[in-house]
Design a protein around this ligand. Structure first.
Ligand code: AMP
Length: 187
């Protein structure tokens, strides 16, 4: 059976993973799935999901898994992503990673590559403060970086143990990082 390609982007807030994922999505014609975007849209439209998620997003905390897992499952059943996808912002903790593994195994048609964008702390904070999103205040940034270390860093170890991780240095310019990504992505 032929395998469709999936890219999972990992990296701390401010690492540029959203920007790179969006760019590559256009260039490689693979839809971009960003849980942060989905949540921000739900919040601005005041949907039930948005009402429930808002508190966590604005505090820099992770939204509880139960708000996201069905949504991810549904997204992976939609037609547009059947020949490939780029996931950004999910998984954010080990239980989401094991959920995704099980889901992908069940679907049985995707071969995924996990990419970790590495950026120094100093640059992360600089970039986040420049971005000026509603959850990019100094205090929320601090909390989001803490949450990243506590909950998301173990996801990197999880994929590393399963030998499925490619790390890319994200400290360079947008164009340089895109070029490095294209070198390591095996489509
Ligand atoms: P992002 O745009 O990926 O930086 O996500 C913005 C915010 O949305 C995060 O700080 C979390 O509050 C929430 N969020 C996004 N993705 C997830 C996820 N996979 N699990 C839990 N919360 C998430």
């Amino acid at each position: 059976m032929s395998h469709a390609k999936g890219l999972i982007f990992l990296g701390p807030p401010g690492s540029g993973k959203g920007t790179q994922a969006q760019l590559l999505s256009k260039q490689l014609a693979m839809p971009h799935i960003s849980t942060g975007e989905i949540l921000r849209e739900a919040i601005s439209k005041k949907t039930e999901l948005g009402e429930k998620a808002q508190f966590y997003v604005y505090q820099g905390e992770l939204v509880p898994d139960e708000l996201l897992l069905d949504l991810i499952r549904e997204r992976f059943n939609q037609n547009d992503i059947q020949s490939g996808w780029i996931l950004d912002g999910f998984p954010r903790n080990v239980s989401q990673a094991t959920f995704l593994d099980k889901l992908l195994l069940e679907l049985g048609k995707f071969s995924e590559q996990v990419i970790n964008l590495e950026v120094s702390d100093k640059r992360l904070v600089e970039r986040l403060l420049l971005r000026g999103r509603k959850d990019d205040t100094a205090e929320t940034i601090r909390r989001r970086l803490e949450v990243y270390r506590e909950k998301t860093q173990p996801v990197i170890d999880y994929y590393r143990q399963h030998c499925r991780l490619t790390s890319v240095d994200g400290n360079h310019t947008l164009e340089e990082v895109t070029a490095s990504l294209k070198e390591v992505i095996t489509i």
